[in-house]
Design a binder for this molecule. Structure first.
Ligand code: DGY
Length: 320
C-alpha cells in the first residue's frame, strides 16, 4: 500500500479549508503564499508530486512557469468545474494530470442562475432597497418591471449546467433554445449554429461557457445588438467570455435592457463602468457558493489526489 503521508502536496494560496484539512491529514501538506515559483526552496520544488489549487478563490495561476518549477509533479487538482486557472494544455504536454470538480455543483449553479435571472428581470434588489428606504410599492409610484412570462431564453453552452438550467426554465413554462460547439444528442430545444443567430432569436441570453481561448469575448457588441433593446444578458460561466466594455456600453446606451453577472474577466475587480449602472445586477462569483456544494467540491479535490496516488487514476480528469 502506498504511504500517502510520504507524498508532498502543495497548496499555493487560498483553498477551501476542508480540502486543506483533509490534505493535511492524508498527505505531507505544504502551503505557500507566494505564487512566484522562482522563490520556491529546492527541497520544495524537488518533492512536490501533487498540487491542489483554486485560482477562483485566490489560489495561484498554475501556468507553464509553475509547472516547470515542479519537475516531479504528477497531478494538479483544481477546485471548481472551470479550470481556466490551470494551463491544462501545457500540463497535458508535460504528462501532468489535471482534475476538476464537475457534477457536484451542477444543481447549485443552475439554481443560482435562475435566482440571478429573476433578480435581473424583476429587479428584486432594487425593490428591497426601495423598502429599506422606507417606501412601499404604491401603484403609480413604484417603477414596474419587465416580466419573465412568455419570453424565449437562449443558453450559450449546453453542457451539464446548461442542461440543468434548461430544465428549470422549462418548469417556468419558458421556451428554450441554445448554441453550443455542436448539437447535443437527445435535446429537443432549438439549436442555433451561431451565437449571433441565437441572440437574434431570443429575449434572454444566458452564458454558461467555460473560459478558453476559443470563447474569449464571444459575447461582443454584435451579439448584444442582436439581443436587442428588451434583451437581458446573464453570465454565470466566465467573465473572459464577454467584452465587458461593449457590455457596459450596451447597458448604458439601451442596446440591451439589463444584465445579471456572477463572473468578471478580472476577478475580483469589477469594471467601474458596470458598477455605475443600475441595470446591471452584480454578484461576487457565488454560483456554487453554498455550504453543501462547496464541501462536496472540497472533498472531490482531495478524493482525486487520493485516487491518483493510491490507484494511479483520477476520478474526474478534465476533458482532453
Ligand atoms: C467553478 O466551479 O468553475 C465555479 O465557477 C467556481 O465557483
Amino acid at each position: 500500500m502506498t504511504d500517502l503521508k510520504a507524498i508532498t502536496v502543495l497548496v499555493p494560496g487560498k483553498l477551501h479549508p476542508r480540502s486543506v484539512q483533509r490534505i493535511g491529514e492524508t498527505f505531507n501538506l505544504v502551503t505557500v503564499d507566494a505564487f512566484d515559483p522562482s522563490t520556491f526552496a529546492d527541497d520544495l520544488t524537488q518533492s512536490v508530486r501533487g498540487v491542489a489549487v483554486s485560482p477562483a478563490l485566490g489560489g495561484a495561476f498554475v501556468g507553464p512557469a509553475f509547472i516547470d518549477a515542479l519537475p516531479k509533479v504528477e497531478i494538479i487538482s483544481n477546485f471548481g468545474v472551470g479550470y481556466d486557472g490551470v494551463d491544462a494544455v501545457y500540463a497535458a504536454k508535460k504528462g501532468v494530470m489535471v482534475t476538476n470538480t464537475p457534477d457536484v455543483l451542477t444543481e447549485e449553479v443552475a439554481d443560482t442562475t435562475l435566482g440571478l435571472l429573476l433578480n435581473t428581470v424583476r429587479e428584486l434588489a432594487r425593490a428591497e432597497n426601495y423598502l429599506r428606504e422606507g417606501r412601499w410599492a404604491r401603484e403609480g409610484a413604484y417603477p414596474l418591471t419587465p416580466s419573465l412570462r412568455g419570453r424565449k431564453v437562449g443558453i450559450l453552452g449546453m453542457g451539464r449546467i446548461g442542461q440543468a438550467i434548461g430544465k428549470r426554465l422549462e418548469a417556468f413554462g419558458l421556451s428554450v433554445a441554445y448554441h453550443n460547439r455542436r448539437k447535443v444528442d437527445g435535446l429537443t430545444y432549438d439549436y442555433f449554429p451561431t451565437l449571433e443567430g441565437l441572440a437574434e432569436a431570443v429575449d434572454i441570453l444566458i452564458s454558461v461557457v467555460p473560459g478558453t481561448k476559443e470563447t474569449e469575448k464571444v459575447v461582443n457588441a454584435r451579439v448584444l445588438e442582436a439581443l436587442g433593446p428588451d434583451g437581458i444578458f446573464v453570465n454565470i460561466g466566465r467573465g473572459s467570455t464577454v467584452d465587458e466594455a461593449a457590455l457596459a456600453a450596451a447597458l448604458k446606451g439601451g442596446i440591451i435592457r439589463a444584465a445579471g453577472l456572477d463572473v468578471f474577466a478580472n476577478e475580483p475587480n469589477v469594471p467601474q463602468a458596470l458598477l455605475e449602472l443600475s441595470n446591471a445586477t452584480l454578484l461576487p462569483h457565488v454560483g456554487s457558493a453554498s455550504t453543501y456544494t462547496r464541501d462536496a467540491m472540497a472533498d472531490l479535490v482531495v478524493d482525486n489526489l487520493i485516487e491518483w496516488f493510491s490507484k494511479g487514476r483520477a476520478l474526474t480528469p478534465v476533458p482532453e
